[in-house]
Design a protein around this ligand. Sequence first.
Ligand code: GTP
Ligand code: MG
Length: 358
Amino acid sequence: MCRAGQADLVVFDHDLAPVQIRNLERETGVRVIDRTELILDIFAHRARTRQAKLQVELAQLQYQLPRLRRLWTHLSRIEGGIGLRGPGEMQIEVDRRRARQRIGDLQASLEQIQRRKTQETLGRQEFFTVAMVGYTNVGKTALMNALTGERLFTENRLFATLDATTRSLQLPGGQTVLLTDTVGFIQNIPHHLVASFHATLEEVREADLLLHVVDASHPERRNQITSVERVLGELGCTDQPTVWVLNKCDLVDEGSLPKEQDQYEETVRTSAVKGTGLHLLKQSIEKLVHKQQVEIEIELPAAEGRVAAYIAEHGTILSREYQNAHVRLRAVLHPRHVARVKEMESELGSELEGPACS
Ligand SMILES: Nc1nc2c(ncn2[C@@H]2O[C@H](COP(=O)(O)OP(=O)(O)OP(=O)(O)O)[C@@H](O)[C@H]2O)c(=O)[nH]1
Ligand SMILES: [Mg+2]
């Protein structure tokens, strides 16, 4: 086949052992790479931010480390002997040591970035967070753009996005949530990548709600869905409430859309390109946000604006009743926001009369 097709390169859709690659290269006379190497190459081309670049380099080095031998075995076999160390063998050791050193440096730099990000995330913790997950190229970034009016990079190719981007999204009831778009998944995702992209995937793990975006028009959509579910399982993301988003529905007939599934709390059909289903999607997100919220009643001085504004931003105000100089609010809020409201209330201290937040 190589000869007939005048191939310069053979890509195997499986992982190959170094010795398999060597034998195949000898038999075919062309360069042979496996699935992981191809995916790592694509990632390396796409990486833009410092964190993404470091993460890819780390994954590449960890992939190469056990394969370093292959360049040098012929030398060590010629020069080496019992009790002797050939130049080849020494070279491998030098290479390996360098690789390990670089791996250590990369891990340290990534940890540093991670610490800074954790600080940022702590600042954001006040907000309800929604993370988009899905197979690569299903339209996550396009959907993010359509929902938030952003203009992030989308393209019809694999792994257009390698970083996590977070934007605020206002729900129909007025509450603001944070929406995160991140790296797409792929079948048999190389485990080096999962490990290196730990920090990026952490955003998914910490989200309050997931949007599992599906390319409803893709002939392989069933397998893609299964792959994504598997990766989510590996990440330990099995408890988060999830909206199933059937995107690219402009490309399929109504009849051939996937059926709703019980494991997803909500199902919405969208087209990020045509802009359809976006309001329904926001409503579904809102519904699940409300599910995690509790109702509170609070009486505030009518002139006090800060607490009411906080409640409006993080929850939904159901009613306001004015009595003399006070306003009585009924609202729904996430328990962690209730805690903050109580704090703010006690900061208001003696100014506040009447029943406290209940
Ligand atoms: N027809 C149609 N095309 C869409 C829709 N949504 C996205 N696309 C196209 O699908 C391609 C991939 O979109 P992206 O938003 O980059 O996909 P992604 O899921 O972010 O992909 P990765 O970042 O690689 O994981 C682009 O060419 C989009 O224009 C849609 O609803 N309908
Ligand atoms: Mg993307």
